[in-house]
Structure formats: C-alpha cells, structure tokens
Write a protein that binds this ligand. Structure first.
Ligand SMILES: [Zn+2]
Length: 265
C-alpha cells in the first residue's frame, strides 16, 4: 500500500496507526539534552534503568525559571533548556488570540480549531519528548513506567505556565481516563464566563494518550474553571464515549453525572 493511501485516512485530530507507532520508534535525541549533559555522560541508551549514585550524567532537576529558560539577549531570542525556541506571553495576549479566532470563524469553529491545534501540539510534543526522555534517562521508552513518563512529560508544561495536573486511571479497564487540571492558562486568562474553554488542553490530552495507548482516542472537558468550578476536568476515551460526554455537558450535566453515565455505557 502506498504511503499516500495511508495518509489520506489521517485528519488533523485522527492520525494513522503508523503515525502513532512512529512516535514510539523515535530514537534518543542527544541534541535536546546537550545543555543537561555533564562531562561524565555517555550517549548510550541502556536496555534497563540503572541506578547511578552521585552526580547524574544528565541533569534532571532543572524545573526553575532560571534553569529552564536560556536567554540570548544579543539576538533577543528565548529558548528552553532543550534548545526549543519559546515565547512568553501575557494573559491579555491569550484573550486577544482566542477572541480574534472567534471573531474570524465563530464560536463553534474556534473551539474545533483550538482542539485540533492542541492535538497537533500534543503529537509534536510527544515526538520530541520521547526522543529527549530516552536520552536524558539513557533508557528505552518501553522500560519507563507510564506514571514516570507522564510526570516527566508534564513537568515542562508546569514550569512554562500551563498549570498542574492529576491523572486518574482507576477506570482504565472501562476505557476511561480522567485528568484534573489546576490553574489552566486558558481558563485563568478568560475567567468565569459560564462555559468550558480549555479546548487546547482537550486536544493535547487526546493526542498524548493516543500515543501512549497506540490507538486513536478523543477527549472532552467535563468541567472548567471558566464554568465557575475550582478546577478543570477532562475525560479521555473512545470517540463514542467522548461524544456522549460532550452532549451531556451541553445539556447541563455535572462532571459527576457524566462520569456515572460513562461508567455504565
Ligand atoms: Zn478549563
């Protein structure tokens, strides 16, 4: 089968199996950990985790603003510790960007675009994360426990202002993953407007868990800080369940109601 045929099956928020598998096959990306490298570090990936006493070959504890951001004041360029170019923006920027998007394409169009942007962001972020994590910890991806992978993936998002999270896999046998998000950058910028606004995050969670599960998943926000709740909460699951959850939310169901209905679906 030609590559063209496989690619036509892909949409912005539904990659082919091949794309999801490819992300797992990324090798170690030594360039991404160049600034974390200590003189004793060898660029080798080992088949199992090995305990290294004393100074670590690669620095792991760099989640402070001073350590994470690298300023090139001469060129006016800001990069993160992995060498990726970044931009620091204000809450006003966030509001203006989302407002402009809504003016252009309407509310329904804007939420769809945000979800798809979040999805592509999540895929790309996983791609770079998988390469980087294997280099930083010098071990194959398959040897890392999922909890370890997820925390390592999320830490850069915390330090860059996207909030903190807690995941809940207790209903994973039923195909239901839940994520609680605290201090959503989107919702905190927009404030309480009586509706869910974190479509970027929903798309991103869908992509990240699709990569980890190696199959297509979707996500919807069940409650949001912008709906007057204390924190945001998402479900990640098959399309059918996520569609149902989105419908129930639109009918005014609380996240507790939605979770109850999903668990017997
Ligand atoms: Zn939210």
């Amino acid at each position: 089968m030609s590559r063209g045929i496989i690619d036509t099956e892909e949409t912005l928020d539904k990659p082919s199996q091949k794309t999801l598998q490819m992300i797992w096959k990324e090798g170690a990306d030594w360039n991404a950990v160049n600034l974390l490298k200590r003189p004793n570090a060898e660029e080798t990936v080992k088949p199992t985790f090995s305990v290294i006493k004393g100074v670590q070959p690669f620095e792991h504890n760099y989640y402070t603003s001073e350590a994470f951001y690298k300023h090139d004041t001469e060129r006016g360029v800001l990069k993160n510790v992995y060498g990726q170019r970044v931009m620091r923006v204000s809450e006003d920027f966030m509001i203006a960007m989302l407002g402009a998007l809504e003016d252009e394409v309407g509310q329904a169009g804007a939420t769809e675009i945000m979800y798809k942007c979040g999805y592509r962001w999540g895929l790309e972020d996983m791609r770079s994360f998988c390469g980087r994590a294997q280099a930083e910890f010098q071990v194959q991806l398959e040897k890392m426990r999922v909890g370890f992978l997820l925390e390592e993936w999320w830490w850069p998002l915390t330090i860059t202002g996207w909030g903190t999270w807690r995941y809940d896999f207790r209903q994973k046998e039923k195909g239901l993953l839940y994520v609680e998000l605290y201090e959503s950058a989107v919702a905190k910028s927009i404030g309480d407007i009586g509706s869910a606004v974190c479509y970027f995050y929903a798309g991103m969670f869908a992509a990240v868990f699709s990569v980890l599960a190696k199959r297509n998943l979707a996500s919807v926000e069940m409650q949001c800080y912008s709906m007057g709740e204390d924190y945001c909460k998402f479900v990640i699951s098959d399309y059918e369940k996520v569609d149902a959850a989105g419908f129930w939310r639109s009918q005014g169901a609380t996240s507790k109601d939605i979770m109850k209905k999903l668990s017997v679906m």
